[in-house]
Design a protein. Structure first.
Length: 252
């Protein structure tokens, strides 16, 4: 039996007067890939950002309800948000490597957290780049600018940068939407490998991608969680007519 890594109960989120999430309840299972699907503006990315409190950075946001990580409410006043974001890291839609070398990109997080030993950093960098399936492509250019990498390589570098701080949960907000088909395939293969070690939640507009990489699919519409279940069942036998209409391309 797989345990819930994250449990969301009766979550409401407001941007000032606008309610972006409406009474959402969802369990995210450990070492599984959960895909969040739905049309633009339906609340997918907003929901993703509630899981590591990225919405705290937006003025006028109010959150109600409960989000627990390993049973602990992450919105409790005594929660260290920096530690939370170390445990629950995010990969964004557009690759955002820092304007520094490949090595320094990956070593950045460990250095922030106090690791200064060169040998230890070397090990972390290699392990993280291998974990992101990038080591073979960049081992000869570790000290060159990360901005010289291709888009797909830059996105895998951002994943390596995340892995370097040893997170438990990976949040991915449309991680392949800016990439070509070959790079997209590499990221999808990587996601399937990474779920053996991490719990992954991915926002995607690509129905085929959700079907290929996820174990669980959650369909959002206008801030509501319409339906959530086993990906195979959601795509072949959805219980809600709105889910079927979206998946078959009648809207969205």
């Amino acid at each position: 039996m797989t345990n819930s890594k994250i449990s969301v109960q009766n979550l409401n989120l407001y941007y000032k007067d606008f309610q972006a999430l409406k009474n959402v309840s969802l369990d995210v299972l450990e070492n599984r890939v959960t895909a969040l699907i739905g049309p633009s503006g339906c609340g997918k990315s907003t929901f993703l950002r509630t899981l590591n409190r990225m919405n705290d950075l937006i003025e006028g946001v109010r959150v109600e309800g409960k989000v627990t990580l390993d049973g602990v409410d992450i919105y409790r006043p005594d929660v260290d948000v920096v530690s939370l974001r170390k445990r629950v890291g995010m990969v964004f839609q557009k690759p955002n490597p820092f304007p520094m070398s490949v090595y320094d990109n990956v070593a950045y997080g460990p250095r922030i957290h106090g690791i200064k030993n060169k040998q230890q950093l070397d090990q972390i960098v290699e392990k993280s780049l291998r974990g992101a399936a990038l080591w073979d492509e960049v081992q000869d250019r570790l000290y060159k600018s990360a901005l010289g990498l291709s888009g797909g390589q830059q996105q895998r570098l951002c994943i390596a940068r995340l892995l370097a701080v040893e997170p438990e949960v990976l949040l991915m907000d449309e991680p392949t939407s800016a990439l070509d088909p070959v790079s997209t395939l590499k990221i999808e293969e990587l996601i399937r490998e990474l779920k053996n070690k991490y719990t992954i939640i991915i926002v995607t507009h690509n129905m085929q991608q959700a079907a290929r990489v996820s174990d669980t699919t959650a369909f959002f519409l206008n801030g509501d969680l319409v339906e959530c279940g086993d990906t195979g069942a959601i795509f072949t036998m959805p219980e809600d007519k709105r889910t079927e209409d979206y998946i078959t391309g009648r809207f969205g």
